[in-house]
Design a protein around this ligand. Structure first.
Ligand code: CAA
Length: 294
């Protein structure tokens, strides 16, 4: 039996390493084998265990985002997307670093051709495609790809010592996982340009002032607050939460007119759900709504 377990664990590890080496194959394919995580830890939190927590676990390298780590995030997100008991997902790091960016040591020998052929950073985009609400709980550094990973999430909470930045310019490159695009849409051209062209970091309070972060809390309260946020979201219809997330995200991807049209149609669509009927009936009957996600 022990021999069988060892063989299975070894295979799962191989699968994750293969996914890391060949991101173009897509992590979703490897879902079933996600049993042996090397770069992240996962747990279910909250009173009802309906908030999943993904903790980046490369603290010696300040959670630098190597290919293996990103593959594991994707495999895990895929698993939680399919798990009806999970209503919200938190991505967090360590006290010192949420993540200090893409792994520079892994990247340094890349060439233009290799990046093109390997569809580099393709793996990262599936984080932004997650349909469930994603919360980034940031303590310490969120730099380069770390800041970009946080921005792929839907809501960012920060500990009061958190620092955000896009320092790629100092490495002779530019942000490559959304920094020039998402940051600009969130904080506007002047602030984004200053951060990307200087590589300077901003602190949590500045990030909140700019709208990058939605709440700053004492660093030792970060997870408590993030879990509370996930639990609050979990009290609503998960079906409608997903529709709402899609509608807000549309604001970043289209024109105002197209976005308003999409919102109106999505609003109409909620009237085809039992949860909308239940929500309004419960309000009128002065009782708490009981949603069934349909
Ligand atoms: N990649 C690989 N290793 C990293 C890393 C990264 N992004 N960031 C930190 N580390 C490693 C360091 O190499 C070091 O490892 P060793 O002890 O083995 O040498 C360890 O983490 C601790 O780092 P420091 O000794 O530098 O710690 P510090 O406290 O002096 O500084 C820091 C901390 C300010 C975060 C500094 O490490 C730093 O500037 N890191 C790089 C930040 C950066 O440039 N990020 C952008 C990366 S490119 C990118 O992300 C592209 C993209 O758009 C996706």
């Amino acid at each position: 039996m022990a021999q069988i377990v060892r063989i299975f664990a070894g295979r799962a590890q191989n699968v994750i390493q293969t996914a890391a080496k060949q991101p173009q194959l897509g992590a979703r394919f490897y879902c079933a084998a996600a049993t042996n995580l090397q770069y992240i830890k996962t747990e279910l939190a909250g009173e009802k265990k309906n908030v999943a927590v993904i903790t980046l676990n490369r603290s010696k390298a300040f959670n630098a985002l190597c290919n293996g780590l990103m593959a594991e995030i994707n495999i895990t997100l895929d698993k939680y997307e399919k798990d009806d008991s999970v209503a919200a997902i938190i991505i967090t790091g360590s006290e010192k670093a949420f993540a200090a960016g893409a792994d520079i040591k892994e990247m340094q020998f890349n060439t233009y051709g290799k990046l093109i052929m390997g569809s580099h950073f393709n793996d990262w985009t599936s984080v932004a495609k997650c349909q469930k609400p994603l919360i980034a709980a940031v303590n310490g550094y969120a730099l380069g790809g770390g800041c970009e990973l946080a921005m792929m999430c839907d809501i960012i909470y920060a500990g009061d010592k958190a620092k955000f930045g896009q320092p790629e310019i100092a490495l002779g490159t530019i942000p490559g996982a959304g920094g020039t695009q998402r940051l600009t849409r969130v904080v506007g051209k002047s602030k984004a340009m200053e951060m990307c062209l200087t590589g300077n970091m901003i602190n949590a309070v500045e990030a909140e002032k700019m709208g990058l972060v939605s709440k700053v809390v004492a660093d030792d309260q970060l997870m408590t607050e993030a879990i509370k946020l996930g639990e609050k979201i979990a009290t609503h219809s998960q079906l409608v939460v997903q529709l709402c997330k899609e509608a807000v995200n549309t604001a970043y991807e289209t024109t105002l007119q197209e976005g308003l049209k999409f919102e109106k149609r999505t609003f109409h669509a909620t009237f085809a759900t039992a949860d909308r009927k239940e929500g309004m009936t419960a309000f009128v009957e002065k009782r708490a709504a009981k949603f069934n996600n349909n």
